[in-house]
Design a protein around this ligand. Sequence first.
Ligand code: 6GU
Length: 276
Amino acid sequence: MHFHVMTLFPELIEKGMHTGVLYRAMEQQILSLETYQIRDHVADKHKRVDDYTYGGGAGMLIQAEPVYQTYRAVMERIAPQEGARIRVVYATPQGRVFDQAMAEELAKEEDLVFLCGHYEGIDERVLEEIVTDHVSIGDYVLTGGELPALVMMDAVSRLIPGVLNNDESAMTESFNDGLLEYPQYTRPEEWHGKKVPEILLSGHHGNVEKWRLEQSLERTKQRRPDLYEAYMELHPPQPEKKKRKKKKKQAESCADAAEVMPDLRSDVSAEQQTGE
Ligand code: 6GU
């Protein structure tokens, strides 16, 4: 994956991408990062990129031409084959809200271009010409597109084969399967009077998996009812007659998880098959 970032703050992008996992991947040439200073593409000697908005109103706007010239430099660098469509992601609160599915989609690209705005935004005309995806990272206002670009590059990078090693692997973390991750514990066995749940010390893989699924369901229900609803629609509880007795027992430990347990057996084993 080759990332290209058009920005007024290239140092922020470069520093942000030089963290442990991503830096290692860049050294291994699984990822590459190129930043393009929009200000370097201003013709006028004062190097001003912004100007007042037509129609009045507060704030300044980045002009079309420097952004367009920066884009030309990116395309020269990528030198795409005839007919190849290069995705140009404009970080904007007016975009589609970024999520894991979008990260997965973007991770399939060979090159990804990000455009980071500042001030009140960018002249609409150049956006019309070069942007393929308007993307927001959530419903709040930021001062610029650099942090969103870093967020998106991080989420995309960890999906690229070879970026994470096995221990860091993406398989069972939150949002795989649409559920939040279960709680986890490491040594010591007791801390501040709190014990690690007995079942995790049992060495019984099947029971551990079952417990984790129950915990994931319960946690998702409590913390992200929206995700829980979506999950339940995809995995409707289908209590079979035979399993009703079992269901009652399970209800003692976790009522909601128990409801869907019969249906979830296949998921658990699918997870086991992937080696987690
Ligand atoms: Cl993607 N960009 C900017 N500039 N502000 C934002 C955003 C993106 N997402 C939320 N606020």
